[in-house]
Design a protein around this ligand. Structure first.
Ligand SMILES: [Zn+2]
Length: 174
């Protein structure tokens, strides 16, 4: 709390930051203090649901990887992820009718692939990104620093409303 009033000297003002509101759950929602156990339980449940999804075998031989909606463990389609000279690409089939409709209406248009970076490289000094002090987005000697992912482990693929990468859009053939 900030005390108000003209008699309060500057050095006497104490800003009390309430850290209880600084916790966020997996979906970015605020959580209250002392909910760590609940949070942990939620995470375990989520993990279990994902594990269940990954045990489902695709009905399409060509598309073995499940597609989720908004990074939540519910399968809405199947895809194949490949890499070519343009980067990562994907093709697949959306099996969920509601999701299909929302894509055709332009309400869902992005695709997002989650991976865990195993090897990354700094574009300035070429060392492992975790081992140097360069900051991505900053310019050093007219060269912008980029954190390049050399190798990553695939985690999941999702259809999303707004992709982090604006170039990652869905093309639907009806
Ligand atoms: Zn560096």
């Amino acid at each position: 709390m900030l005390e108000s009033g003209k008699n309060v000297k500057k050095e006497n003002i104490i800003i009390n930051i309430d850290r209880s509101t600084n916790n966020f759950n997996y979906y970015g929602e605020k959580v209250l203090k002392n909910t760590e156990n609940k949070l942990l339980e939620e995470r375990l449940q989520l993990k279990k649901k994902y594990e269940k999804c990954f045990k489902v075998i695709s009905p399409f031989q060509k598309y073995p990887i499940p597609i989720f909606l908004n990074h939540k463990p519910k399968i809405v389609g199947w895809c194949l992820i490949y890499e070519d000279e343009k980067g990562l690409g994907t093709e697949g089939i959306v099996t969920n009718k509601k999701v299909k409709r929302r894509i055709s209406q332009g309400r869902l248009k992005g695709f997002s692939i989650t991976g865990i970076a195993k090897i990354t490289q700094c574009s300035i000094c070429n060392s492992k990104f975790t081992e140097c002090n360069h900051i991505p987005g900053k310019v050093y000697n007219n060269k912008e620093c980029v954190n390049k992912v050399i190798e990553a482990d695939f985690v999941e693929a999702s259809i999303v409303k707004e992709p982090v990468n604006p170039q990652c859009l869905i093309n639907m053939e009806l």
